[in-house]
Design a protein. Structure first.
Length: 103
């Protein structure tokens, strides 16, 4: 069996790109749903309760942050990994693969 490093790089980048894109779209749908639930719940108390893995979670939407916490989680890494792996995959497939060269 001949091991071709460019094929393994292509495979790794392709699956990283697909998985990161699934995470990116999933968080987009989650926040769209969450915003809709918080708008409906604003008439009551403004909280949304969720259950995950046997634990109960509440989400409260705030218009202003006030004093920011020392550590704030941003959901931007899914988008960044999707774009970076896509650009690297484009380079591997088209530039390194010779598909940008006229025959």
């Amino acid at each position: 069996m001949i091991v071709n490093p460019s094929e393994w790089i292509n495979l790794l980048l392709r699956w990283t790109h697909v998985f990161a894109a699934i995470l990116w779209v999933g968080t987009t749908y989650y926040f769209t749903w969450l915003d809709g639930q918080l708008r409906r719940a604003a008439a009551h108390d403004g909280n949304v309760w969720m259950v995950h893995s046997g634990g109960f979670y509440t989400v409260v939407k705030q218009k202003t942050l006030g004093v920011p916490p020392s550590r704030l989680h941003w959901f931007r890494w899914e988008a960044m990994v999707t774009w970076l792996s896509g650009v690297m995959l484009l380079g591997v497939v088209y530039y390194k693969g010779g598909l940008l060269v006229d025959p």
